[in-house]
Design a binder for this molecule. Sequence first.
Ligand code: SF4
Length: 554
Amino acid sequence: MAATPDQPTPATPRRKVSRHRGEGQWAVGHFTPLNGNEQFKKDDDGLNVRARIENIYSKAGFDSIDPNDLRGRMRWWGLYTQRKPGIDGGKTAILEPEELDDKYFMLRVRIDGGRLTTDQLRVIGEISHEFGRDTADLTDRQNIQLHWIRIEDVPEIWRRLEAVGLSTTEACGDTPRVILGSPVAGVAENEIIDGTPAIDEINARFIGTKEFSNLPRKFKTAISGSPLLDVAHEINDIAFVGVEHPEHGPGFDLWVGGGLSTNPKIGQRLGAWVPLDEVPDVWAGVIGIFRDYGYRRLRTRARLKFLVTDWGAEKFRQILQDEYLKRELTDGPAPAQPLQAWRDHVGVHRQKDGRFYVGFAPRVGRVNGPKLVEIAEVAAAHGSGRLRTTVEQKMIVLDVAEDQVDSLVAGLEALDLRVKPSPFRRGTMACTGIEYCKLAIVETKQRGATLIDELERRIPEFDQPITININGCPNACARIQTADIGLKGQLMLDRNGEQVEGFQVHLGGALGLEAGFGRKVRGLKVTSDELPDYVERVLGRFQEERKDGERFAT
Ligand code: SF4
């Protein structure tokens, strides 16, 4: 049964209603909406907006859309209004939302586990071409985003996506977002365990249902049995990380409460080992805690990480066991530190069935509709029917016979999709930025692409793993806090006292078992134009001074 403010889920223990408003936690009886977002979610479930899009808005046009649907519920179906072109970053915080809204949408296609068939990729490319002015970006959550979508075209886009088994359901909004999965699940030679069955079961049982369609905020999931720790599990609300239990065999180590944005937190281990077939129930228990106990008063404190921080891992596990699972969890080991720095699966790698997978890098995740179709065609021409997206804005072609590998690599390189990229192309990510994002202060995608080209030209001999992540605002859509060099977009004064686009620099972040957030270098800001000079200087100094085996983050 769905949990609503009027009708708590049966799993939710009824508590004495506290007199003061508290944090807006349903489990302690605080059902009165304490902000506009909670109000519109109470007024009507976000999933219900689909019928209005199909029956009213797509026929009557953009101006017919209810504002609470436009800037609220439409996210439940992967739709955000995009930024009106030509509004500079200085206006972002000043203008009203409706002044920033263009009459076009960003549409996020949900790709759980990053799994795509060549047919699916071709359909996304064709939709981009026909309805999205050829735009397409690979995101750092394994999704593909299109832009310039008109409300009139959305029902037809859904029809085409759903005909090949894709969807935009709960791709955005206060919902269980796309489930990250190892991009080489089921094929990697060194895999500890394949989490795909759990991803599929969670999708089938819970995604698009009203049981979890009104959460305090978004809920991010990662499931990977790769020893490379390849899904940035540390910064998800819940993560299942492949481990070998000394008595019970392969399973998952359970992490909760990770997240970035303005109060970044590394997830906490609960010390629990979860076998594959129990992952969906444990997932439902944790998201149930979030729905029922999560803070709903302030949007800035509504992610699960705040509850986990306040409770601590021990209490969180106890409540999960006592109130949601009704049983004890099994204690288990922590994952081991991966042996290699790159976790993106770029390059040519042997699969466990003797075939090969080939990972490749566009620049900062930017592709386009025709290119997606070409990727699908070149993969199919080399005998592959399957591709994967990664959390580093990269892609992988699976199931390539050994005698087809060289030809496929040549075909991808001819599309400017590098199988042997420079460390800069491989390690640089950028968020959407001011081109389309209403929260952005600076441009990011073109800036990132230019930075890659400049660094390749200036320091071609640089051969160390390096991550350079570029955000267009203080949010963390490109994970700046976990990069070797994190760049947070802001406006600043240049040498002439002119206001220009620039970045606050963070240095030394990392993921993996040494995960930690980059240090904000006080006072260190760099204008967008000076960015290549700055990064070149930092990397040059690192090359000169580093000791044997030292990585940038250490
Ligand atoms: Fe938009 Fe900021 Fe996220 Fe970039 S980091 S996509 S600018 S909200």
